[in-house]
Design a protein around this ligand. Structure first.
Ligand code: NAP
Length: 280
């Protein structure tokens, strides 16, 4: 049987229709239009495209976005000052600092300067801690989007062995925590993992979050597994080699059209949640 396609693009579109209605209702109830502030530091074209896609999604659901573009030479102090301004701006209910920032900037310090109530991309240490402890917090957008996708397709997680390849602060680590919170048994792999192929072969659910084109080989993946590929590389290539997988795994995310649209959807959905909290 052909694998079920975990269609993030279609799900994001249908969720956008619901979000549009919710934004309209919020505004009708007297709230101001929710505003997401995006900060882009430097001129990386891929980052500029991602920020533009996030702004477009805001507009499609009736929210506003303001773009702060800072030069490549920006210092940590300059970026912190900008974040401080946005933290204090009552018009802004969410702040997105596009990752990665130029290397002279202390990205962790800048992420952590974002006010927790405006951390709609889920990048702060405090937000990660709260989420891990199953307290109220906005989840890191990419893993939060993946969890929504898996829930939509009713993928069972409890008791399953999930193998997350990658341990970055915005993707692998929060992904592992979310799966653990959903009662999966989680293995986290990284660049020092010695027996990657063997570990992946044990997975009921494989999450590719490694940032290297097709590093995870199709032949490692067992029949009937759920395959989630967060990677995106030029030419529509992911972190997982999909050769022959569609005839033997249970489900898989396409690249593009799987995880990417769900990341943006998680961001705008959490921006709306932040605007709602502002009202209460
Ligand atoms: P990252 O910060 O570069 O982290 C990559 C992780 O992979 C690290 O933990 C690294 O291990 C691990 N790794 C590298 N080489 C490895 C190897 N040979 N074997 C096992 N593990 C290895 O990347 P990221 O930001 O998490 O992104 C990962 C992927 O997701 C990228 O393809 C990126 O484009 C994609 N992404 C997609 C979205 C989206 O919206 N769709 C959003 C964010 C990221 P160490 O920790 O040991 O270095």
């Amino acid at each position: 049987m052909a694998a079920l396609i975990l269609d993030g693009k279609a799900l994001a579109m249908s969720r956008e229709a619901e979000l549009s209605i919710a934004v309209e209702e919020l505004i009708r109830s007297g709230a101001k239009v929710p505003v997401l502030a995006t900060i882009l530091v430097g001129g990386d074209p891929a980052s500029a495209t991602y920020v533009q896609m996030k702004q477009n999604a805001c507009r499609r659901v009736g929210m506003e976005s303001v773009k702060v573009a800072m030069p490549e030479s920006t210092t940590t102090e300059e970026l912190l000052a900008q974040i401080d301004l946005l933290n204090k701006d009552p018009q802004v209910c969410g702040i997105l600092l596009q990752h990665p920032v130029p290397e002279q900037i202390d990205e962790r310090t800048c992420f952590d300067a974002i006010a927790i109530e405006k951390d709609v991309d889920g990048v702060t240490t405090k937000g990660f801690g709260l989420m891990s402890m199953q307290e109220q917090a906005f989840g890191s957008a990419t893993p939060a989007g993946i969890m929504t996708l898996l829930a939509h397709y009713k993928v069972a997680l409890s008791g399953k062995h999930a193998v997350v390849v990658g341990r970055s602060p915005i993707l692998g680590k929060p992904m592992a925590a979310m799966l653990l919170n959903a009662d999966a048994t989680v293995t986290i792999c990284h660049s020092r993992t010695q027996n990657l192929a063997e570990l992946v072969a044990q997975a009921d659910i494989v999450i590719g979050a490694v940032g290297k084109p097709e590093l995870i080989k199709a032949e490692w993946i067992k029949d009937g597994a759920i395959v989630v590929d967060a990677g995106y590389h030029p030419g529509g290539i992911g972190d997982i080699d999909k050769t022959g997988l569609d005839s033997r795994v249970a489900a898989l995310t396409p690249v593009p059209g799987g995880v990417g649209p769900m990341t943006i959807n998680a961001l705008i959905s959490q921006t709306l949640d932040s605007a709602r909290k502002d009202m209460s």
